[in-house]
Design a protein around this ligand. Sequence first.
Ligand SMILES: Nc1ncnc2c1ncn2[C@@H]1O[C@H](COP(=O)(O)OP(=O)(O)OP(=O)(O)O)[C@@H](O)[C@H]1O
Ligand SMILES: [Mg+2]
Length: 353
Amino acid sequence: MHIEAKHLTKSFGHFQATKDISFGIEKGKLIGLLGPSGGGKTTVLRLLAGLEQPDSGDILFHGKRVNDLPPQQRGIGFVFQNYALFRHMTVFENIAFGLQVQKRTKEQTKARVNELIELTGLKGFEKRLPHQLSGGQRQRVAFARAIAPEPQLLLLDEPFAAIDAKVRKELRTWLKDMIDRVGITTIFVTHDQEEAVEVADEIMIINAGRLEQQGTPLEIYSHPETPFVAGFIGESNQVEEPSRLKGFEQPQLTNAKAMIRPEFIEVGRPNEVSLATASELGTVRNVYFRGTNWQVEVEAGGSRLFAYRSMELPVLQAGDEVRVLIHRIYLFNQNGHVMQENGLKIDPMPVHI
Ligand SMILES: Nc1ncnc2c1ncn2[C@@H]1O[C@H](COP(=O)(O)OP(=O)(O)OP(=O)(O)O)[C@@H](O)[C@H]1O
Ligand SMILES: [Mg+2]
């Protein structure tokens, strides 16, 4: 289903939970809705589902305004935040619930539930009650129950929040695969940027009731439009005086604020760094082991910067004199927009997400 939100504003008392939010979602896309706690993510889902009415603005499904359509006629499947299954119903009965509401025949219901049990890998669990399942299995039942009535839009509000990191990783791969197979337009809420980047075709970032940016994970990562997005997605170093960094001595960088991603900084012994002459001297202040690489805190050009260093290279130590090469920085202008400055005229480093 093609979805459009136009200027959605919603207040609770004097508090504006969403402020003039507009977006479009193409049919079949998996959208990651991302942002800090209290940003307005659940409110956006509830507005789309018809569980809240906007104070102003319109919601269109397939170009048709649905503001006045009750929730049950909007064709939406919803997995709520912290939502429990029906405790006294078996897996089979939970999944069948929406189909019975739709008044499907017994045979139709049975066929559809069995199809979903097969699809979600829950065969053999039909007669179990929710407390006899693992957290991951319960989420799969919740997912099956939401898509059983064949909704045109699926809303998932932090479906994996309560699940430990490893199972969560497996579940999100499973979810993406499942949604690709079912081909249903989906909005997936998460706090977790890594989860959104891995799963979503597109990401929407909501902060303090505003939509900061919408785009593919790569677009958002490599071209953040606001300082908030630049700091929220990926890792970053805030820099107060970028014009003191070698290669960025332009007048427009004086007194500007800037951000540098650790992966745009090379740190190493003089013989390691490419273009050693274009780099500046720095001093290592700390080195942290991150499991897959080293994180090096280095002082250069009046700033403290975090950079990564491969495990393959010789270990650096606090106090080492090093060369620091910065490939790219993001500048924040007065209007709160982000510009990109490539400084040195060399190819930007490949972006790893
Ligand atoms: N029914 C309500 N009455 C009053 N305030 C509300 C209501 N629902 C939400 N809010 C407020 O609106 C803001 C946005 O809430 P929302 O639940 O949309 O945030 P969220 O982004 O989903 O946060 P989280 O990540 O913690 O779930 C919050 O400050 C919240 O307290
Ligand atoms: Mg929420």
